[in-house]
Design a protein around this ligand. Sequence first.
Ligand SMILES: *Cc1c(COP(=O)(O)O)cnc(C)c1O
Length: 366
Amino acid sequence: MSSSDRPQPKPGVMEISAYVPGRETAEGVAKVHKLSSNETPLGPSPKAIEAMQAVTNHLELYPDGAANALRDAIAEIHGLNPANILCSNGSDELLGLLAHVYLGAGDEAIFTEHGFLVYRIQTLANGATPIVVKEKDARADVDAILAAVTERTKIVFLANPNNPTGTYLPVDEVRRLQTGLPPHVLLVIDAAYAEYVRRNDYEAGVELVSSCQNVVMTRTFSKIYGLAALRIGWMYGPAHVVDAINRVRGPFNVNAMAIAAGAAAIRDREYLAKAVAFNDEWLNWLTKEFEQIGLEVTPSVGNFLLIHFPETDGKGAAAADAFLASRGFVLRRVTAYGFPNALRMSVGTEEANRGVVAALREFMNG
Ligand SMILES: *Cc1c(COP(=O)(O)O)cnc(C)c1O
């Protein structure tokens, strides 16, 4: 039977390499520290768990399709108009919806060479052409992005900070990017790690969205809020974009437990402050320790680090990954992101952080 005798996916779909999530297990190890998906070691706010549990008494009810309680909480905390907020089943869903609404055959979407893999997947899924732009020092290069724009460009995806590099563009650079884009190009600022950033020249995107018609910012509860399992994302965007997405999204795309937990989580500011302080302390500590061991680390403002390994035989990223896994530390290979000789490590518990440093010291000296 030839393949033309059976249903065919749309053009683009079979060019996609399916997303491979971070590993969860290591063979033959009693205790595994999963440091491969940028999850928080602190878990969610107890208030979020409590709010979620209250909902389990009424699982027969559809959730509020507009997720009003969640949008109101986000609006209150961030000082935004709830009408410009749209919630989703993880921010991954939003990236897909944006691509679905704005990209079609013949269109182009621009992202950078070490950008988040979901941008490529969603571009191809909608029959559009991915345009991959070089970075400079593992950071998005505004001039290179602008030089790649054509009349076919419909979306520019920018993760700020970026995963897996942990680098960021200062607000001036993001503004320069927006200013240089033609008005028909949508700039999607994916700020999944915004809460972690402690830099005066960083802005997640609120200011740009408020003043422009072609910028949206996407956010998530999966990272600092520790609610990855519930799948909660949100977008802040101009009314016309919110309206377009509302027409195509699933009518109940955010589940009731997510709405309740998300609203409680974002209001627990004390919990957030603790999570930021914890991450800051260990991110700095890990960076210094790895450098002392002689490993190069890309400066990160997120909750993860990109660790580069020497080219020397037996000391590369694959060997390091295997060595760490044998000790129960599961990191992320980032070959698919253009870093065949690096590993990405999420900031973990104190035990995990100290354990990885000790293991890598042994690995490098072995
Ligand atoms: C983790 C991550 C997300 C969040 O995905 P969710 O679907 O909200 O869990 C989005 N963008 C980037 C760059 C990420 O690393």
